[in-house]
Design a protein around this ligand. Sequence first.
Ligand SMILES: Cc1cc2nc3c(=O)[nH]c(=O)nc-3n(C[C@H](O)[C@H](O)[C@H](O)COP(=O)(O)OP(=O)(O)OC[C@H]3O[C@@H](n4cnc5c(N)ncnc54)[C@H](O)[C@@H]3O)c2cc1C
Length: 373
Amino acid sequence: MGSHHRDPDRHQLAHQGGRRLPCHQRQDGEIVRHVPLNNFYRLLRSRFRAFMAEDIDVTWGKKLVDVSYSSDPEEEVDGHSTVTAHFADGTSATGRLLLGADSSNSRVRALLLGPERARLHRLSIAATFIDCSFTREQALYLRRTHPLVNLIVHPDGMMGMLAALDCTDASRPETWRFAFYISWRTSAAEQDAEAASGQWGPRERLAQAKEKSLAFADPMRSAYAWMPDDLETVYYTPNGNWDPSMPDHKWDNHGGCITLVGDSAHPMTYHRGQGLNHAIDDAGHIVKLLAKQGNRPLSAVIGEYEAEMRPRAGEEVRLSEMNSYMLHDWDKLSHSPFMTANLTKGTPKSFAAPSTPANGEDSTTTSNGEDHS
Ligand SMILES: Cc1cc2nc3c(=O)[nH]c(=O)nc-3n(C[C@H](O)[C@H](O)[C@H](O)COP(=O)(O)OP(=O)(O)OC[C@H]3O[C@@H](n4cnc5c(N)ncnc54)[C@H](O)[C@@H]3O)c2cc1C
């Protein structure tokens, strides 16, 4: 796993305080908390994907547009029902099990549940993600506070992150790439109005992010000031989630032919970084169940996976939503799951859910079926 890390020197980094994640606050960059980072990996997506794909025959560049199921015995394989994925280029692939792993705006989820029930639940938070390289001196400066990741909570209802994205060539800091976001509270109505105006491209979002960064201390403030105004790697993202444990979100797995995993099954907010953890958990459960399938029908195997995944991931979707709102509310910050449970997967034993809803206007602990605008 270490060889797929964003920085091959990460073991040395541990001696420089790399096992503790600093959480800063605004005015002077004071560190309000050190979050323990046991078994912490920041993986380079491209390398991790290559590692996971070893010895697997992957066909890249296919876009799934539709799914169909065997309707007569002639279409069955060895007496088993089949499922066929249809791709945008007119090709298709048939097998006994289709795992929809096509991200938070999943096409497979929409096909299983219809567009309305599959739609992301909108949250009144948005973020602009940026990745950028700097000069050698600037890059070295940005890693001085923490070599891998800094989280910055802001009393004015914002959250920021500065992280190493790719620092594989340790001797050439000018090649390092860094990732940033600033997230903030903004209602769905405000998000809609901005979208309707047609005035918000990457340049405008970068200018907006630079403006917001002025309220932060270094290293965030300097990093944003150093970014060129015509930077193109700027991604505005309204936040949303989808809770697979809601009764209305139960899909028909067609006798165990098809199901959802990862973000397509449980898209969640990223402020406590649990999405990939649960995606890997999904894959692990399915592999174990298939390995000991024996004579059990696929319907039983996939049913067992879904019965385990729905409550586990649903709880994390709700907890992550509550956490995201609390991190953008200075008065509730110290009670947030991030502060009380750090980056531990699942509901921490020490975490006592607050008796009032997370953001004062949302029923985040029970249901999230409504828009939060
Ligand atoms: C800023 C940020 C920080 C995060 N930090 C963490 C963290 O610290 N820890 C953690 O555990 N998680 C974290 N996450 C979440 C994590 O990135 C996701 O949960 C994880 O990538 C989900 O994996 P996935 O395979 O389900 O989906 P993805 O990684 O989104 O992959 C889905 C793939 O499906 C493809 N696809 C989409 N539609 C189609 C289609 N129609 N046909 C064919 N292919 C399609 C996409 O191109 C993509 O390659 C973070 C997320 C963000 C945004």
